[in-house]
Design a protein around this ligand. Structure first.
Ligand code: TXA
Ligand code: MG
Length: 341
């Protein structure tokens, strides 16, 4: 088995010949991981069923979980969709390129392998300069789930991609850490009312500026909703460790101390790093603090979980995040990580 080819690319001026190489590999049916502003994607040709089959196999993902097609602009959506709801244009104008995925009725030409057999297709225009230039070089829609094994932690660096997928990916464009660090918001426009299927990079308050009726599915999706929204099962984004979310900082410190006597522990705090007294009894533990701001917290979350995982911790104690709307996407990922075992 050969190792993936990893190539550094400068996001400020992406090398055209490198993009060409990546694009021609993709058109030949290879899988190319590339950075987006949210997380790294595992790219394949969205219109080619063999490429799609390779993506599902590389991720170990059930074929009923649909993929997102990445396109250059709104025209790309029009080519994949039919009966496009009028609101699609307004949302695209406001948030594309960017971290919003629109679910619209699919055109008959779109292979059901892309859409998990459903009659709708998910489309997004990424804003990362490398992602956008790459999609442009390919000249066709690029199917790209997050570039990690099924139910693993999404990658925010090229190293995360290689650690998760190894030689299941052929080529990796490495542009350094992603900027928003959490997946796109998935907005379903096939319903009566625009419905958020997955909270993410674009906040619900921002979407409501375009259409005040935007609603959300519950944060943790139960079995019946999982059928409506394929691929949104609760077992997602989970590290190879038991994750426990604890209400207060004081309680999270106490639990981490308690656990660290028994097994390898990581503690993820919010806000200030631990002060002297707080460190007592935590000598063997890995302690991290993420900023007390939802966007900044999101940017660092997956990298922290990846670090904990590669350090082989058995339990991750997480200080809970606030319950307001601005923290919804982060809270959703923490809940999924912790409800999985
Ligand atoms: O930020 C992102 O969205 C990243 C980057 C690479 O673009 N991609 C990503 O893809 O997170 P993935 O495959 O890990 O997640 C796709 C999400 C799933 O929750 C899936 O259920 C939803 O999009 N989705 C895709 N097509 C859908 C459809 N036709 N109907 C409903 N949900 C759909
Ligand atoms: Mg994913």
């Amino acid at each position: 088995m050969k190792a993936p080819v990893l190539r550094a690319i400068d996001p400020r001026s992406p090398d055209a010949s490198l993009l060409d190489e990546a694009a021609s590999r993709l058109r030949r049916g290879e899988l190319v991981a590339f950075p987006t502003e949210t997380v790294y994607g595992l790219g394949g040709l969205a219109t080619d069923v063999r490429s799609l089959a390779r993506i599902f196999a590389a991720k170990g993902r059930p074929v009923t979980h649909p993929l997102i097609a990445h396109v250059e602009g709104f025209d790309g959506l029009l080519r994949l969709a039919r009966d496009v709801p009028a609101s699609a244009r307004a949302f695209a104008d406001a948030f594309w390129p960017g971290g919003l995925t629109l679910v619209v009725p699919k055109a008959s030409s779109v292979p059901p392998e892309l859409t998990g057999g459903t009659d709708s297709v998910a489309v997004r225009v990424p804003s990362h300069p490398v992602a956008l230039a790459f999609v442009r070089s390919v000249g066709a829609p690029v199917a790209a789930p997050s570039a990690n094994r099924y139910q693993g932690i999404s990658p925010t660096t090229a190293v995360h991609v290689v650690r998760s997928l190894g030689d299941r990916v052929d080529f990796v464009l490495d542009a350094g850490p992603t900027t928003s660090g959490i997946e796109s918001t998935v907005l379903d426009l096939t319903r009566e009312v625009p419905t958020i299927l997955r909270p993410g990079a674009i906040a619900i308050s921002e979407l409501r500026r375009i259409d005040a009726r935007v609603v959300a599915l519950a944060t943790v999706v139960d079995e019946s909703e999982a059928r409506v929204s394929p691929g949104m099962d609760a077992k997602h984004y989970a590290p190879d460790a038991h994750v426990v979310v604890v209400t207060s900082r004081l309680e999270s410190l106490a639990l981490a101390r308690d656990e660290s006597g028994r097994r390898k522990v990581a503690l993820l705090l919010r806000g200030a790093p631990p002060v002297d007294g707080e460190r007592d009894g935590l000598d063997g533990a890995l302690v991290r603090a993420l900023p007390d701001d939802p966007s900044d917290y999101a940017r660092g979350l997956y990298a922290a979980l990846h670090d904990f995982e590669s350090a082989g911790v058995a339990v991750v104690v997480v200080e809970a995040v606030p319950s307001d709307e601005a923290w919804w996407a982060v809270r959703d990922r923490l809940t999924r990580a912790s409800s999985s075992r």
